[in-house]
Design a protein around this ligand. Structure first.
Ligand code: UD1
Ligand code: CA
Length: 468
C-alpha cells in the first residue's frame, strides 16, 4: 500500500533580493508565476492536500492559486510573520492535523522541479524519516551545506551564514526540498530553536534531530545538468537563469514533437503552448498564454501570438501580433497584421499588411488585404474588403456593428459608419462613406462626382507669372 502524500509549499517570504514590489513567488517564468510549478508538480505526485504557506501579498497569491487550480486540493495557511522555514512549515500543522503519511516540503521559489524527481527523492529516502534533495554544484554559493559523517551518512545541514570555512568548501548543498514522515515532522518542528546567525527557525535543523533520534536522514543528490532542476530563485539573475532553463525545456519538447525552429534560442514559449508537427517557427517568434498552433503552419519572424487558437496550414507572415484570436485552417495573415480580442477567421481567410481586427468574424475565403480596420464586424464568405477600408464602429459613446454580406465587394478607402449592413453580393464604390444599409446586389456610391476643368493648369501658371 502506497503511503498517503501531502505537500507543504513555502511561499510566504517577500524575496527582498528581488528588489520588487511583487512577491517573489508571483514573478513569472515562462508566463506562469513561480508558485504555479511547485503546486502543479505536488498535485501531479498525488499530494492531497497541498498546503501553500502564504504571507507577503497573500491575497494575490491566493487569487492566483484559485484561478490556476480550480477544484484541486490546494489550501493555504497564513504565516503572518516570516520567522524562518521551520516556522513556515509549522503553520501547515492545523491543515495537516491527523495526516499520517509523507509530507513533501517544497519551496515556492524553485520553478523547475518535476514530480518525477520528487518520486525519486521518496525512493532514495527509503524508511528514513527525512529525505533531502541535494545538488552538487561547482559554485555552491550561499546554499546550505550537506554535512556528512565518515561513512558518507548525512549528519546535518548547516546554513551558509552559520558555516565554518571547512564547511563552505563542501560542494553538496541543500535544494530546500524534502520528504518527511508526518509523525516525525511536527514533533521535530516543536523542538527547533532559533539560536543561529539569522535568529530564525531553520527547517534544516530537523535533519540533525532525525539523526539523533535514530530516525535516519538520506539524500538524493542531483549532479551535472540535473542539479539545476532544483535551483532556487533569489534575485533577478536567478530568475533570468530559471527562465532560460524553462525555455530550453519547452523548446526541446516542441522540437521532439516535430516542430522546426530555425534558431531555437530565439523562440520564446509560454508554459502550456502547443504546436503541431511540421510547423515552422522562425526567429523571434513569441507564443504565449493558451496559444495552440496546428500542424503545417509557418510562423514567420517576429510574430507574437497570445491566447490564440491556430488551425492547420496557417501562414503568419512576419511581425504579426495577435491576442485572443481564433484562426481557421489555411488562412494567411500579415505581414504586420494585428488580430485583437474576439477576432475569428474561418477557413482560407486572407488578412494582409497593416490590417487591424477586433471582435471581427471573417467567413471562409474573405479577404482584407491592406490597410484596414475591422471592429465589431462580420465579413461574409468570399467578400473582398478593399485597401483602406475602415469600420467606424465607435460614435464616442458606444460601439456599433458592421455587417458585410457574402461575396460583397468593398471598394478601397471606404468608411462604413456603423451600425450599417452591406448585403450579399453588393458593391460599394471606392472612396464612399456608407451611412445607410446597402441592399443585396446593389451598388452604393456616395462620393462627389468628379469634374475635370480643362486648361486650368496653364491659366494658373499665367496668373502666377503675372504676379512676379
Ligand atoms: C533555504 C534553506 C537552505 C537551502 C535553500 C535552497 C533553510 C533554513 N535554508 O535557504 O539550506 O540551501 O533554501 O533554496 O531552510 N519562507 C517562508 N517563510 C519563512 C521563510 C521562508 O515561507 O519564514 C519561504 C520563502 O518565501 C521561500 C522559501 O521559504 O519561498 C525559502 O526561503 P529562503 O529565505 O529563500 O531560504 P534560503 O535562505 O534560500
Ligand atoms: Ca531561497
Amino acid at each position: 500500500m502506497a503511503r498517503a502524500r501531502a505537500a507543504v509549499v513555502m511561499a510566504a517570504g517577500q524575496g527582498t533580493r528581488m528588489r520588487s514590489a511583487l512577491a517573489k513567488v508571483l514573478h513569472p517564468v515562462a508566463g506562469r508565476p513561480m508558485i504555479h510549478y511547485a503546486v502543479r508538480e505536488a498535485l501531479a505526485l498525488g499530494c492531497a492536500p497541498v498546503v501553500v504557506i502564504v504571507g507577503h501579498q497573500r491575497e494575490a497569491v491566493e487569487a492566483r492559486l484559485a484561478a490556476d487550480f480550480p477544484g484541486a486540493p490546494v489550501v493555504t495557511a497564513v504565516q503572518a510573520e516570516q520567522r524562518g522555514t521551520a516556522h513556515a512549515v509549522a503553520c501547515a500543522g492545523p491543515a495537516l492535523a491527523g495526516f499520517a503519511g509523507d509530507v513533501f516540503i517544497l519551496s515556492g521559489d524553485v520553478p523547475g522541479l518535476p514530480a518525477a524527481t520528487l518520486a525519486e527523492l521518496d525512493a532514495a529516502g527509503g524508511d528514513a524519516a527525512v529525505a533531502v534533495l541535494g545538488m552538487k554544484l561547482a559554485d555552491p554559493a550561499a546554499y546550505g551545506r550537506l554535512v556528512r559523517g565518515p561513512r558518507g551518512e548525512l549528519l546535518s545541514i548547516v546554513e551558509y551564514k552559520d558555516s565554518t570555512p571547512a564547511q563552505q568548501a563542501i560542494d553538496e548543498v541543500n535544494a530546500g526540498v524534502y520528504r518527511v514522515h508526518a509523525d516525525f515532522l511536527f514533533d521535530a518542528l516543536g523542538r527547533v530553536g532559533s539560536d543561529n546567525a539569522q535568529g530564525e527557525f531553520y527547517l534544516t535543523d530537523i535533519i540533525g534531530l532525525s539523526v539523533e533520534a535514530g530516525r535516519g536522514a538520506r539524500t538524493l543528490v542531483l549532479g551535472g545538468d540535473r542539479a539545476l532542476e532544483a535551483a532556487g530563485v533569489n534575485d533577478r539573475a536567478d530568475l533570468a537563469a530559471a527562465e532560460g532553463r524553462m525555455q530550453a525545456r519547452l523548446r526541446a519538447r516542441l522540437l521532439a514533437a516535430g516542430v522546426t525552429m530555425i534558431d531555437p534560442a530565439r523562440v520564446v514559449l509560454g508554459d502550456g503552448v502547443e504546436v503541431g508537427p511540421d510547423s515552422v517557427l522562425e526567429p523571434d517568434v513569441t507564443l504565449l498564454g493558451s496559444t495552440r498552433v496546428g500542424r503545417d503552419c509557418v510562423i514567420e519572424q517576429g510574430c507574437r501570438l497570445v491566447d490564440t487558437a491556430v488551425a492547420d496550414g496557417v501562414h503568419f507572415k512576419a511581425y504579426t501580433v495577435t491576442e485572443g484570436a481564433s484562426v481557421g485552417p489555411d488562412c494567411t495573415v500579415g505581414p504586420f497584421a494585428r488580430l485583437r480580442e474576439g477576432t475569428v477567421l474561418h477557413a482560407h481567410v486572407k488578412v494582409g499588411n497593416f490590417v487591424e481586427t477586433k471582435k471581427a468574424e471573417l467567413f471562409d475565403g474573405a479577404k482584407a488585404s491592406h490597410l484596414t480596420y475591422l471592429g465589431d464586424a462580420t465579413v461574409g464568405a468570399g467578400a473582398n474588403v478593399g485597401a483602406g477600408t475602415i469600420t467606424c464602429n465607435y460614435d464616442g459613446k458606444k460601439k456599433h456593428r458592421t455587417s458585410i454580406g457574402a461575396g460583397a465587394f468593398i471598394g478601397s478607402d471606404t468608411q462604413l459608419v456603423a451600425p450599417v449592413a452591406v448585403g450579399d453580393g453588393a458593391y460599394v464604390a471606392a472612396g464612399s462613406t456608407v451611412t445607410e444599409d446597402v441592399p443585396a446586389g446593389s451598388l452604393a456610391l456616395s462620393r462627389v462626382r468628379q469634374q475635370n476643368i480643362e486648361g486650368w493648369v496653364a491659366r494658373k501658371q499665367a496668373r502666377d507669372a503675372g504676379q512676379e
